[in-house]
Design a protein around this ligand. Structure first.
Ligand code: SAM
Length: 224
């Protein structure tokens, strides 16, 4: 694996934004907080993965999905986030169980990931922060490269009815058709639904939740 890529100034600003977000409020007061990511957990369980199947939670933040996956018995979980503060708060919450998790601090558009490794890539409320086509392309390339052919991709993004900003940042909102065309034909849609999230401050945010499968015949491995 190549060494770490030095962050650009845009990435540093982004990192500072998220470090501040996790420093100013307890996790339970942050806009995206849910006590449990129930849809994600249910869909993951229904995939019927082996317990040692590699799972990546992209931008996992302080969410309790990792706690719930450990309780279910999954043994090969990686949590990635741009914020060190978010990752250390989850590590502290998990105590000794934190040693069972692989922690990756980095920007999903540039972090070094193993090729064709993950059987599941999960993303709730991260992709929609990538508002530039170039960032979306980088994310897609990472996904195509790191997911095993036949692997699963669960994503929750803001739907068109959601507010145009989240956590003080502009977001790209997606209809199902827009998401499909951004992701490309390598991904086969397995199911989708809309889910209303109400922030701790009472703001309504409509999410589009989708589950995809990377077509098994996908042989594309984008160049880095
Ligand atoms: C809205 S929060 C969602 C957190 C979690 N997925 C959940 O549903 O509770 C977005 C998370 O993505 C992280 N993040 C934002 N941009 C990122 C990027 N480019 N690469 C990696 N993580 C990122 C943030 O630090 C934050 O933890």
């Amino acid at each position: 694996m190549a060494g770490p890529i030095r962050p650009t100034s845009t990435e540093m600003n982004l990192k500072n934004h998220w470090e501040r977000a996790y420093s100013t409020k307890p996790a339970e007061r942050l806009g995206w907080y849910k006590p449990h990511l129930q849809t994600s957990l249910t869909w993951i369980k229904e995939l019927g993965l082996r317990m040692d199947a590699p799972i990546l939670d992209v931008g996992g933040g302080a969410s309790t999905l990792v706690d719930d996956l450990l309780v279910e018995g999954y043994q090969s979980i990686t949590v990635l986030d741009i914020s060190e503060k978010a990752l250390s708060s989850v590590r502290a919450r998990l105590g000794e169980r934190a040693e069972l998790i692989t922690w990756l601090e980095g920007d999903i558009t540039s972090v070094d990931l193993p090729a064709r490794h993950y059987e599941l890539w999960h993303d709730r409320a991260v992709f929609h922060f990538l508002t530039e086509p170039e960032q979306q392309r980088q994310y897609r390339d990472q996904l195509l490269r790191a997911l095993k052919p036949g692997g699963h991709f669960i994503i929750a993004t803001f739907a068109p009815q959601a507010p145009p900003r989240c956590s003080g940042l502009p977001v790209q909102r997606y209809s199902l058709e827009q998401l499909e065309s951004t992701l490309g034909k390598e991904f086969e849609l397995m199911r989708n639904h809309k889910e209303l999230h109400i922030t701790p401050g009472g703001v309504e945010q409509m999410y589009l939740y989708c589950q995809y499968r990377l077509r098994p015949d996908n042989t594309m491995e984008p160049a880095r």
